[in-house]
Design a protein around this ligand. Structure first.
Ligand SMILES: Nc1nc2c(ncn2[C@@H]2O[C@H](COP(=O)(O)OP(=O)(O)OP(=O)(O)O)[C@@H](O)[C@H]2O)c(=O)[nH]1
Ligand SMILES: [Mg+2]
Length: 320
């Protein structure tokens, strides 16, 4: 299961207090209270593991370390420990308190999301010619505290979309080591499956139906996953009674969800071509060609057709 949305609480550490202290040596008077250490910060860091959000299911609060109070002899307190939360690339962190969004795009990219509180200064800072024995010092300040929703917008390169049972999961399994469940009933796939095709990430998106954009079927819960895909492969089964209509149903749902998704580069696959004879397959291809020239006839039982799919994917990979 891919956890793709999770709420967490983060807080920067409190700054350590400055202290009041004086030189105890005879003849060497003066304030010697040290500063506290700054509070630790909380960062997000991008990693390539797509299930990295899973670990936030159980632990949800992440306080960074507090700064240590200053010490005598002008000794500074230690800085509070930072926390680095690893999140999959493609994660958007929504700050529920400020309304700001932060996006983690690259592996190794680190972004601070809660700053630790400032340290307090010791009495040494408050000395002056008039006041050589200041009893003043500062307290450390609390760190920032924020509630965040971490939302994974999967960065797959290619997304398989289409009506239920169009053969999306079967195709993913035929092309990668994925072991997505496939079956002859609708909505077999309830969560997106990912497969790695030589470094190209393919995503099998659960089936969409008419009205998905207003919540029908599994709804549009998964469309945000394809927001980040570069290319869509729209699967339409040979079993369809009306190919063009089926195509338009999905296209319309995409458009209703977000125009930008509907405008993505797209290929159409006429799937399960082994179920019809050659003549019929040809006619169906002709029909689909009215929509787009970028179409392929595919069957998971026809090696030649899978080779053509691989060629297409290699081309997409080269453009990466
Ligand atoms: N004959 C034939 N059957 C296929 C082919 N591809 C898939 N199937 C069958 O079609 C049915 C549906 O396939 P899935 O891969 O589960 O379809 P899906 O698009 O992932 O379906 P959902 O997850 O419900 O959206 C299964 O029984 C598959 O075995 C094909 O190329 N030829
Ligand atoms: Mg499926």
């Amino acid at each position: 299961m891919i956890v793709d949305e999770i709420k967490i609480k983060v807080s920067g550490g409190k700054g350590g207090n400055g202290i009041v202290a004086f030189n105890k040596n005879k003849g060497e008077k003066g304030p010697t209270g040290g500063d506290g250490g700054n509070g630790g910060n909380v960062h997000l860091e991008g990693v390539s593991n797509l299930t990295a959000l899973n670990k936030f299911r159980f632990k949800k609060e992440f306080p960074a370390g507090d700064g240590v109070d200053g010490k005598n002899k002008l000794l500074e307190g230690a800085k509070g420990k930072d926390i680095v939360l690893k999140v999959p690339i493609g994660t958007v962190a929504h700050n529920l308190d400020t309304g700001k969004n932060i996006e983690i795009v690259n592996v190794g990219e680190k972004t601070m999301i809660a700053k630790g509180g400032k340290r307090g200064r010791g009495n040494w800072h408050f000395r002056s010619s008039r006041n050589t024995t200041p009893r003043e010092c500062e307290e450390g300040i609390e760190g920032q505290r924020f509630n965040f929703i971490l939302e994974l917008r999967m960065i797959a390169d290619v997304g398989f979309i289409g009506l239920p049972s169009a053969g999306k999961s079967s195709l993913l399994n035929a092309l990668t080591k994925a072991k997505a469940k496939t079956a002859a009933y609708h909505f077999t796939t309830l969560e997106p499956n990912l497969g790695d095709y030589y470094g190209l990430i393919l995503a099998d998106i659960p089936g969409l139906i008419e009205g998905a954009s207003s919540g029908k079927g599994l709804g549009i819960k998964f469309l945000r996953h394809i927001k980040r895909t570069r290319v869509l492969i729209h699967c339409i089964s040979c079993e369809s009674e009306n190919l063009v209509k089926d195509y338009k149903i999905i296209k319309e749902e995409l458009r209703k969800y977000e125009v930008a998704i509907a405008r993505k580069k797209e290929y159409i696959f006429l799937t399960k071509t082994d179920l019809v004879n050659k003549k019929e397959a040809k006619e169906k291809m002709k029909e689909l060609k009215k929509i787009s020239p970028d179409i392929l006839a595919v069957s998971i039982y026809d090696k030649d057709s899978l080779e053509k799919v691989k060629k297409l994917l290699n081309g997409i990979k080269d453009k990466k």
